[in-house]
Design a protein around this ligand. Structure first.
Ligand SMILES: [Zn+2]
Length: 390
């Protein structure tokens, strides 16, 4: 082929200049472009934020170990410690976090710059989440006062509760608001406990200054910084960026689908393996509860939930308990109707390996989708065997 200048008579047929493609895309596909840009912004933020997810996971995984231990202890000794935290458990969380912080790259002090960050940020360094965590963690020392570890646990649990409420696809607005109330109050407590993060100007790109917010090591603390990070997520990136908590190990992970329950195939397989072992053993015996008899569910029964695994029923909400004087005065037919009406109001409190969940009548007896499995109820035959297999 000859590419001589005389032969070249303009672009080939069907060729469109880049700028034409762009302007046509802006004109006709603006919404899709906006979505793609926001997606990209979200994944960049999540990649930058890995340090916060890992830190929260460190606390959460240790907490899951304690929750599991609590259930085993209850099975063996009949003693329910609830959410009580012992000194050893607190120390275990604190040392995990201290070890995590020790591994962070050290931000060298530079006294000639930025009093805002206590001189911990060098000229031109962006206050990324990982640098901010390093600066805010200055007070997390393994000493007599481990209240910072207690605070980190509280923040971790609040974030877990918020994500768990947000991951329920069919939760009505009223219930969602109720579920979010307590964890939001806790976050707000930490957000307002210390002064807001100072605004800093940290560098120049081209001739424009870049701004950011960075903890002051003398005033800010790690729990407050994490509360700030969580609210940044909820305000700017939810629901575009999905974050979940693994129902088996407690790790926080970025997820594409809302119903993804496990952080990895390993955790998913481990749960399936353990479930099979427990159900194949003589530890539990199946109990049949029909929807109209939901009021008969009692504390001490166990359940297997398709998403949350094995859990112990701690109680039934008082609204759904039949009033005995009513039962005496009603005839058989009306009695059955009364019980069936109460059954629809049932809210069961269940302690799963990863924490307590409230399940409604719909959660227990009504499949939302065709392929959805419903929980099964069991009574314990052998406490020791079940404790071994949990
Ligand atoms: Zn996991």
């Amino acid at each position: 082929m000859n590419y001589d200048e005389e032969e070249f008579s303009g672009p080939p047929e069907g060729y469109t200049a880049d700028e034409d493609i762009l302007s046509s895309a802006f004109e006709n596909h603006w919404d899709e472009i906006k979505e793609a840009v926001e997606d990209a912004r979200g994944s960049d933020w999540l990649a930058d934020s890995m340090i916060c997810l890992e830190l929260l996971s460190t606390v959460s995984e240790r907490d899951f170990t304690h929750l599991r231990g609590g259930l085993k202890k209850f099975l063996r000794k009949g003693q329910n410690d609830g959410d009580q935290l012992t000194d050893e458990q607190l120390f275990a969380i604190a040392s995990d976090v201290a070890a995590f912080i020790e591994k962070l790259p050290v931000t060298l002090p530079n006294t000639s710059f930025l009093n805002y960050a206590g001189g911990k940020l060098q000229r031109g360094q962006e206050p990324t989440p990982s640098r901010c965590v390093g600066i805010a963690a200055a007070k997390c020392i393994l000493g007599d006062d481990l209240s910072w570890a207690k605070d980190l646990l509280a923040i971790t649990k609040a974030f877990r509760d918020i994500l768990s409420a947000l991951s329920e696809p069919d939760l009505q607005e009223h219930y969602l608001r109720l579920r979010l109330q307590e964890p939001s109050q806790l976050l707000n407590y930490f957000l307002t406990r210390t002064p807001a993060l100072p605004l800093i100007q940290w560098g120049f790109s081209g001739k424009q200054p870049s701004f950011g917010r960075c903890p002051d090591p003398d005033i800010s603390d790690l729990p407050a910084y994490l509360a700030e990070w969580i609210s940044d997520y909820l305000k700017n990136y939810y629901p575009r960026v999905g974050i979940g908590v693994c129902a088996e190990c407690g790790k926080f992970f970025g997820r594409e689908r809302r119903d993804k329950t496990f952080c990895s195939k390993t955790c998913q397989n481990r749960v399936a393996y353990k479930r099979k072992k427990i159900l194949d053993s003589d530890a539990l015996q199946h109990v049949n509860i029909v929807p109209d008899d939901a009021v008969d569910i009692v504390a001490g029964l166990w359940m297997h939930h398709p998403r949350f695994g094995i859990g112990m029923i701690e109680g039934l909400s008082s609204d759904s308990k039949p009033v005995s004087s009513m039962l005496q005065n009603l005839g058989d037919k009306q009695n059955a109707r009364y019980r069936s009406m109460l059954a629809r109001k049932v809210v069961v409190q269940v302690r799963f390996l990863h924490g307590v969940r409230m399940l409604t009548f719909t959660d227990l007896f009504e499949a939302q989708k065709k392929e959805e499995q419903l929980p099964d109820f069991y009574q314990v035959n052998s406490e020791e065997r079940l404790a071994e297999l949990l």
